[in-house]
Design a protein around this ligand. Structure first.
Ligand code: SF4
Length: 225
């Protein structure tokens, strides 16, 4: 039997069902629920309008979408930055529009942080950075995580690289990012492992890793010994 996840948004009462089509949900619970509709992989359909001005100074990020009130991109109800650009090429990736590295919109990190932290989008349990591949923009990613951490935000980051591969990356910003992340969801999407992937993940190989910075410190201590 396929795994199903039913999530109730405590702020709105909306019910999101993962692992079932709208027709299957209706067949199961039509007498209890109003008519449902398919969502964008259970994500909110409405994205924020992105400013079109090119930033003139400071750290920048190339962004595909920003949206609030997601209940499928990590624990609780989250604001989400979907960055633009990915070169990993996981077969059957459903996010091909985020792959071109010259797509999306270039925004200052300050603008991105301001939109994600918009007080009008409360309640919010945290912020998620997904992609595309967030670690392809190490400078912008680190600057964003630093700004969010300064506000005490719980941060989830998705990466198509495994934690072990990220630890091997030469850019010092990647290690600094790992130390600021509360929850890393790592690894490429593998289509044949997509069934029953579990909450927040696209395929069963992906791992939900709390505090990857602590793992990194232990790995570095072993290297020094
Ligand atoms: S890392 Fe993510 S965005 Fe990139 S190809 Fe894989 S699933 Fe798609």
């Amino acid at each position: 039997m396929r795994e199903q996840t039913w999530i109730v948004d405590p702020a709105t009462g909306d019910l999101v069902a993962e692992g079932l089509t709208a027709e299957e949900v209706s067949a199961l619970a039509d007498d209890l629920l109003p008519t449902g509709h398919d969502l964008n992989c259970a994500r909110p359909l409405v994205s924020l309008p992105l400013p079109d001005s090119t930033p003139s100074s400071g750290p920048i990020l190339r962004v595909a979408r920003l949206y609030h009130s997601s209940v499928v991109d990590g624990p609780g109800r989250r604001s989400v930055c979907q960055v633009q650009g990915c070169t990993l090429g996981c077969p059957q990736c459903g996010l091909s529009s985020t792959h071109p590295t010259d797509g999306g919109v270039l925004l200052s990190v300050e603008t991105v942080a301001g939109l994600l932290l918009d007080p009008a989008s409360q309640p919010r349990d945290g912020i998620t950075i997904t992609g595309g591949e967030p670690t392809l923009q190490p400078n912008g990613l680190l600057a964003l995580l630093q700004r969010l951490k300064a506000h005490g935000v719980h941060i989830v980051v998705y990466s198509g690289y495994t934690l072990e591969a990220l630890a091997q990356r030469p850019e010092p910003e990647i290690h600094a990012c790992l130390r600021l992340i509360d929850l890393l969801i790592d690894g490429p999407f593998v289509a044949r492992l997509a069934d029953d992937a579990g909450e927040w993940r696209g395929s069963r190989n992906q791992r939900v890793i709390p505090k990857p910075g602590e793992w990194l410190e232990q790995a570095e201590a072993v290297e020094i010994d």
